[in-house]
Write a protein that binds this ligand. Structure first.
Ligand code: ADP
Length: 274
């Protein structure tokens, strides 16, 4: 993209020239497009629950004779949708703080097995509700990490694995979490026997708001921000994340984190410069 300006210049009475100024504005254009897309995504994500809250509240107000059971059902939809909006806003704010480097990370020695057990205890009620079996295996590992962020990252991955695996209609519904030491790194795997992710979608799943199946994911409460948060947390730990998937067979997320974080004089500044 270029912006173009033509300036007539008179060199003498008879001699006239035109100076053409071309300015490369590709970057500005791209940023502008990204901003527009972001605003449209956020508005859309907020509008959906709002429309539903509005609709059910209106019905309740206009029909005083509604039976108690229906009333209860409508109220619980309103409550769920409001909770979804809160989650979306919290995730957005958190992502912004993570990406701008504003969120400070406290690196401390963390016992990985305890973290994994804790994460599974958080996800267990959901797994029981959805009939998904969750297993884990881990080596005794202590790594330098921000414990709360590590938990947040793993909860997102395991929660996704359970949620999406529950959508599979037939076959085994199983999620396996494992951690082992390999050279100077920790390799954490979250494997599931869920519906899998199509090849063409794999490279986009870490993008903000990207969902393979919007309807299905929204039904599960997601706005497509979870994996963006996961990716940023992995980055801030100087780690890497990989995904392998086969449709109808399952998905495996592999997170590789360094055991030690090395020298960091001012972690936030360094992150800004990335
Ligand atoms: P969401 O809030 O929609 O779950 P995420 O950013 O966590 O958003 O994930 C992005 C998309 O990647 C999801 O909408 C889903 O389509 C896909 N996805 C993530 N994890 C899995 C998984 N374990 N199995 C199948 N699809 C997955």
């Amino acid at each position: 993209y270029f912006s173009c300006k033509m300036i007539p210049v008179s060199l003498s009475k008879s001699e006239k020239r035109i100076v053409i100024l071309m300015h490369d504005i590709t970057k500005e254009h791209e940023l502008n497009e990204m901003r527009k897309e972001f605003v449209s995504n956020v508005s859309h994500e907020l509008r959906t629950p709002l429309t539903s809250i509005h609709g059910y509240a209106e019905t309740l107000l206009n029909d005083p004779d509604i039976d108690p059971e229906t009333r209860q059902r409508f109220l619980s939809i309103i409550e769920n949708e409001a909770a979804r909006m809160t989650r979306l806003i919290n995730d957005l704010l958190d992502l912004e703080r993570l990406e701008s480097g504003e969120a400070r990370f406290e690196f401390q020695p963390v016992d990985l097995c305890s973290v994994i057990k804790y994460v599974l205890s958080i996800v267990e009620p959901l797994a029981v509700q959805y009939g998904v079996k969750v297993e884990y295996s881990c080596q005794d590992i202590v790594l330098e990490a921000d414990q709360d962020r590590l938990i947040q990252m793993l909860v997102n991955l395991v929660d996704n694995a359970v949620k999406y695996t529950s959508l599979k209609e037939t076959g085994e519904k199983q999620v396996k979490v494992s951690a082992k030491l390999q050279d100077e790194s920790v390799v954490i795997k979250v494997e599931d026997t869920g519906p899998g992710i199509p090849k063409n979608a794999l490279e986009r799943i870490f993008d903000r708001f990207y969902r393979v199946d919007k309807g299905r994911s929204r039904k599960m409460g997601g706005a497509g921000l979870g994996l963006s948060i996961v990716k940023t947390i992995v980055d801030r730990h100087n780690g890497k994340i990989y995904v392998e998937s086969e449709v109808g067979v399952g998905t495996t997320f592999t997170v590789v984190l360094p055991v030690k974080q090395g020298e960091r004089k001012d972690e936030n500044v360094r992150y800004h410069q990335k």
